[in-house]
Design a protein around this ligand. Structure first.
Ligand SMILES: [Zn+2]
Length: 311
């Protein structure tokens, strides 16, 4: 185990070993927690080889989409809702950058409304799908390596992407330099201080080892953004898309090996359209929804979505 005490996010020398966790591929990772900001992070960080295995192409789904039939429609509905939230704060013709743009459908929606859009995605199936989106200026590669040649944006979005990137402080530096004064940062990610995280520990669905390199707390993230001169516009602690499912899958992880079996089935990786896992998931939906509402009322949502603007 790496004995380094340095927090992966706030860089304070106050991290302590918290628990061991297993990936779907049965690799063991050590999770540390920072006493300063509450961030959870893998220590040591996964190797390039471990990440390659975890991201092998089926993570993004084969063919056209990541999820199976009806689930993909639901995902598309959430994507469109997100695009509407962004569009409400901006004027058409303004310029949006989506970091980790996936198949580009979120940006496609905004392009249809007259926005200019750049997207970044790693090479692979998703990037191939994004390359088909008309009007999208696609950059293939890692965020910290793409050169924007002095270009600045009116909005930058990272939807469940920040926690995948290897150098959070450098990521934030780059976001700051790419955002115009008054520009908006849209960020969604899991919350290490959520009830769900506390209850599920190593089996937490949104821990997603080793793809999530670190998970900050809402409070730790807000204090970092404040230190950098961002002003919070709003923060949501409830996500119908992410939070109830997180409870369901975290509970089910107690009984299945490897973890995330239901999630994989919803991505179309199971043989059967009706399975014991899906029925169990449906039975757990009501308690999961109730707990998700309660934790969000206490501002301890399993995932958060925030908008901040640069002063
Ligand atoms: Zn920290």
């Amino acid at each position: 185990m790496d004995e380094s005490k340095k927090c992966f996010f706030c860089e304070a020398q106050s991290a302590r070993f918290k628990f061991e966790t297993q990936s779907r591929l049965d690799q063991t990772f050590f999770v540390f927690r920072c006493a300063q900001c509450g961030c959870l992070f893998l220590n040591p960080q996964p190797t390039a080889e471990e990440l390659n295995l975890a991201y092998k192409d089926d993570y993004y789904g084969e063919g056209e989409s990541k999820f199976a039939g009806p689930i993909e429609h639901l995902v598309q509905w959430f994507r469109e809702a997100r695009a509407r939230r962004v569009a409400r704060l901006l004027k058409p013709s303004q310029h949006i950058l989506d970091v980790g743009c996936g198949n580009g459908r979120f940006l496609a929606q905004l392009i249809r409304q007259g926005f200019k859009a750049d997207g970044i995605e790693l090479e692979g199936n998703s990037a191939k799908r994004a390359a088909q989106v008309k009007g999208l200026n696609l950059h293939i590669g890692a965020f910290d390596e793409v050169d924007f040649k002095g270009q600045q944006f009116d909005a930058i979005c990272l939807w469940h992407v920040f926690e995948h990137l290897p150098q959070p402080q450098r990521t934030l530096d780059k976001i700051e330099s790419l955002l115009k004064t008054g520009g908006y940062l849209f960020l969604s990610l899991p919350n290490a201080a959520s009830w769900q995280a506390m209850m599920a520990g190593p089996l937490w669905f949104h821990l997603d080892p080793p793809r999530h390199l670190f998970i900050p707390t809402a409070k730790g993230l807000l204090s970092e953004l404040d230190r950098r001169g961002f002003v919070l516009k709003n923060i949501r602690h409830f996500s119908f898309e992410q939070n109830p499912f997180g409870f369901i899958q975290s509970w089910m992880n107690r009984f299945t090996q490897p973890r995330e079996v239901l999630y994989e089935q919803l991505k179309g990786h199971g043989k059967h359209s009706v399975s014991g896992h899906k029925l169990a998931g449906a039975a757990l939906a009501t308690p999961a929804l109730v707990l998700s509402i309660l934790e969000s009322l206490m501002r301890r949502g399993a995932t958060i979505e925030l908008v901040a603007h640069k002063k």
